[in-house]
Design a protein around this ligand. Structure first.
Ligand SMILES: C[S@@+](CC[C@H](N)C(=O)[O-])C[C@H]1O[C@@H](n2cnc3c(N)ncnc32)[C@H](O)[C@@H]1O
Length: 244
């Protein structure tokens, strides 16, 4: 295994990032200071995650390298990005830097303000039909990220209501899929448990093969969403919308 892919490199990187985050905390950077620091490497998501303190970074969930690999080639073309789950706004700020031409929308059940240009925050429950209607009116989106409650029924309701608000070729991402296996608090269960994010992703394997199913079962094919491809990784799934 090369040094680039080694666990030793990842460990060393984590130690460096932790030290830098701690140094920045001690410096007590203002929002303006963070923005200045972010601009030093606006294309590097692991850098932006640590500057803004997002748990998508290498010190926690480690999603940033995947996001970068998949989204970086077209990041300048993105004009509308929605994230469900704002918390303190770290990832919203990270996306704003990474997608320099996009309006960034954030939804949270709590009232959260993230001031600044190109950012709009909304309050609402991700599973409520009226919230979904409000979000649909803001689309279509190049990217939708579900990092909200992580409850099975909420993930399914958001996906059912919002997936066709993703532009063809755009991405719908479901984070923290491990909650599909957690009964307490998330209504998940063992593998095979129905109505979880994992069962949704499994059913989308048929959707990826929609055109192949059509000659045999046209009605079944027509009922499937348009999915061009999926990347299933530990804890996170990337779904690219098909169609034209
Ligand atoms: C993991 S945090 C989001 C972190 C943020 N995306 C980041 O990376 O910095 C999850 C957020 O989802 C919000 N949330 C919980 N239930 C929700 C719901 N039903 N609808 C919308 N947001 C919800 C919580 O208030 C919390 O702020």
């Amino acid at each position: 295994m090369s040094w680039r892919d080694s666990e030793r490199r990842r460990r060393a990187f984590r130690v460096m990032v932790k030290a830098r985050v701690e140094a920045e905390r001690r410096l007590g950077l203002t929002a303006r200071g963070k923005r200045r620091l972010a601009r030093l490497r606006p294309t590097k998501l692991s850098w932006l995650a640590s500057v803004y303190g997002s748990d998508k970074g290498v010190t926690a969930h480690q999603y940033v390298d995947l996001y970068e690999q998949i989204l970086a080639p077209h990041r300048r073309e993105y004009t509308r990005v929605l994230e469900i789950g704002i918390y303190k706004g770290a990832s919203i700020l990270m996306w704003r830097e990474f997608f320099p031409n996009a309006e960034i929308f954030g939804l949270d059940i709590e009232s959260v303000e993230v001031p600044g240009p190109r950012i709009t925050t909304l309050q609402g429950d991700q599973s409520a039909p009226d919230t979904i209607e409000r979000l649909r009116a803001l689309g279509p989106f190049d990217l939708i990220v579900d990092d909200g409650s992580h409850k099975a029924e909420h993930i399914l309701a958001s996906f059912a209501g919002l997936y066709d608000s993703v532009k063809p070729g755009g991405w719908y991402v479901i984070e923290d899929m491990q909650t599909a296996y957690a009964e307490k608090g998330y209504n998940g269960g063992p593998p095979g448990h129905p109505d979880t994010a994992a069962s949704l992703v499994k059913s989308l394997v048929d959707a990826v093969n929609r055109d192949e199913i059509a000659p045999y079962y046209p009605d079944a094919a027509a009922a499937l969403p348009r999915v061009a491809e999926m990347h299933v990784h530990p804890r996170v799934t990337f779904i690219r919308r098909g169609g034209t």
